[in-house]
Design a protein around this ligand. Structure first.
Ligand code: AP5
Ligand code: ZN
Length: 217
């Protein structure tokens, strides 16, 4: 399985991707998580990325393409395929990904668009809680942890992302519609586009994903 999840902030990419990883034994590459790792380690890249993320803008294509290239080449878990979460986010990234895969003799099976109206995303983003070490995601209302603000698995505290406020979300949505929505058209032309109604419950979204992976876009 080689697939990508395209969708606005809060569409459910990070909720569904780990399930795809576990069910299909592929690697889950989330560029947002990779950048947040750099921020946590306080590297030069992390310091640069933090400003851009908190402004709701995009990190440069070259940096993101190198990041994915490095993972595809060196992450053993990717041998069996991958689900990309948050990449490609620009036409430039989509073109580079295609070239990168072609050089490996590989092709995408599908490009899934998680379709959801903007007004549903505010509640999803402002209520989100994450366990930073694992990337596990909860929601105060829609998917509450067993104990408030506590990770079910490790018992460690949950946090809110610094970009999960209404002001930054508004900028992230503008960036999405301007720079990432054209990526959907790119995959429509390649006959890889598979839309899913992402306003449904996580289990219904999951069933529809499985149908696409079984039957193709
Ligand atoms: P990134 O981390 O990718 O953020 P994003 O795209 O804004 O997406 P989110 O992680 O906010 O949403 P999600 O779709 O994963 O939602 P989730 O499943 O968690 O990127 C962050 C930043 O890094 C970018 O803004 C950019 O600056 C930079 N960056 C990253 N990649 C880049 C790239 N390729 N190029 C350049 N810059 C890049 O769900 C959200 C909440 O809703 C959760 O609480 C969840 O429990 C809940 N939920 C999920 N599904 C449902 C459902 N069906 N019903 C009810 N609630 C649900
Ligand atoms: Zn995410």
């Amino acid at each position: 399985l080689r697939t990508i999840l395209i969708g606005p902030p809060g569409a459910g990419k990070g909720t569904q991707a780990p399930r795809i990883r576990d069910e299909f034994c592929v690697c889950h590459l989330a560029t947002g998580d990779l950048l947040r790792e750099q921020i946590a380690k306080n590297t030069a890249l992390g310091q640069m990325a933090k400003k851009i993320i908190d402004a709701g803008e995009l990190v440069k294509d070259e940096i993101m393409v190198d990041m994915i290239k490095d993972q595809l080449e060196n992450n053993k878990a990717c041998k069996n395929g991958f689900v990309l979460d948050g990449f490609p986010r620009t036409i430039g990234q989509a073109e580079k990904l295609e070239a990168m895969l072609e050089a490996r003799g590989e092709k995408l099976n599908s490009a899934v668009e998680l379709v959801i109206p903007d007004q549903l995303l505010i509640a999803r983003i402002t209520g989100r809680l994450i366990h930073p070490a694992s990337g596990r995601t909860y929601h105060k209302e829609f998917q509450p942890p067993k104990k408030p603000m506590t990770d079910d698995v490790t018992g460690e505290p949950l946090i809110q992302r610094s970009d999960d406020n209404v002001e930054t979300l508004t900028k992230r949505l503008t960036t999405y519609h301007k720079q990432t929505a054209p990526v959907v058209d790119y995959y429509k032309k390649k006959n890889l586009w598979a839309p899913i109604d992402a306003a449904r419950s996580p289990n219904v979204v999951w069933e529809n994903l499985c149908k696409i992976f079984r039957e193709g876009p």
